[in-house]
Design a protein around this ligand. Structure first.
Ligand SMILES: O=C(O)CCC(=O)C(=O)O
Length: 277
């Protein structure tokens, strides 16, 4: 699948692009089964707001690809890598990590407005995510929202602990950061160009790691909200380990020096490369 020139332009200008039905039902079913497995038996990197509950539970798990064959197959066989590279104007796409996001019915916890890049051990403009909806979600309900064009502001916002959790991996670092705090978008929504879409299972939203984004909790009384984000590195990505960055992959796990392109095929596999033919 190739993106059109207009789709690439939209991503470049807005920092976000919706792709209807990027993945088919077969993948949706297999990924939903993975979500259920992780809810039943959370992985090493899970963040579980209410273990065992079926209401008011925000659950995330990540970095499953090394052990989970379904996630691995999705990373290597779906169109995500190619699409990410095309949108970013990159000749290649390396994989960083997978992130499963579940909000059970009546989940109060919102995903606060944030930018992804400060949480990750990378710099570079060609770093993005593809968030795939595995269940339906509406903007009025639990779908994501984005501040259109905010990736172009050249601001590296302060990473803040979600929900003020003291055991969060960023908890020690955020206090020290001198970076500008994320503005209070929620309190002043009309001052920002906010966009979002209702999504069906299989729809995807591709967005820059520099773009401000967030999502409410899940007010539905009966619909679980499940999504899978995959994170992609383009040609200008630079390995930038720093205190408080996501610890799934750290300095000791890679054979790359800080400041260099992350050409570590084992840790950040090269999933797509433009053919020279
Ligand atoms: O699904 C959500 O609520 C948030 C997802 C998100 O922030 C991300 O994928 O970077």
């Amino acid at each position: 699948m190739d993106l059109t020139a207009q789709q690439i332009k939209t991503y470049q200008q807005d920092g976000v692009l919706k792709l209807d039905q990027l993945i088919d039902d077969h993948w949706v079913e297999r990924l939903l089964a993975v979500a259920q497995q992780q809810l039943d038996k959370p992985g090493k990197w899970a963040n579980d707001g209410a273990p065992g509950q079926t209401r008011d539970r925000m659950f995330t798990d990540r970095y499953l690809w090394r052990e989970n064959a379904v996630i691995r197959e999705f990373i290597f066989d779906s169109a995500c890598a190619q699409i990410a590279a095309q949108a970013m104007h990159s000749q290649s796409a390396r994989f960083y990590f997978d992130h499963l996001l579940v909000k059970e019915p009546e989940t109060e916890s919102a995903t606060p407005w944030h930018q992804d890049i400060p949480y990750w051990p990378f710099l570079g403009k060609q770093v993005c995510s593809i968030w795939v909806a595995l269940t339906p979600a509406t903007v009025a309900g639990s779908a994501m929202e984005f501040v259109r064009g905010s990736h172009l502001n050249d601001t590296y916002y302060k990473a803040e602990v979600f929900g003020k959790r003291e055991d969060h991996p960023n908890a020690n670092w955020t206090g020290k950061s001198q970076a500008e705090p994320v503005p209070d978008i929620e309190a002043n929504r009309s001052a920002f160009d906010i966009v979002g879409w209702d999504v069906k299972p299989g729809d995807a939203i591709l967005f820059s790691s520099w773009l401000l984004h967030g999502a409410p909790g899940n007010a539905s009384s009966n619909q679980r909200r499940v999504a899978l984000s995959t994170r992609w590195l383009g040609d200008d990505a630079i390995w930038h380990p720093h205190e408080g960055a996501d610890p799934t992959v750290g300095k000791d796990d890679v054979c790359v020096e800080p400041g260099l392109y992350p050409a570590d095929d084992d840790v950040f596999p090269l999933v797509w490369q433009k053919s020279s033919a």
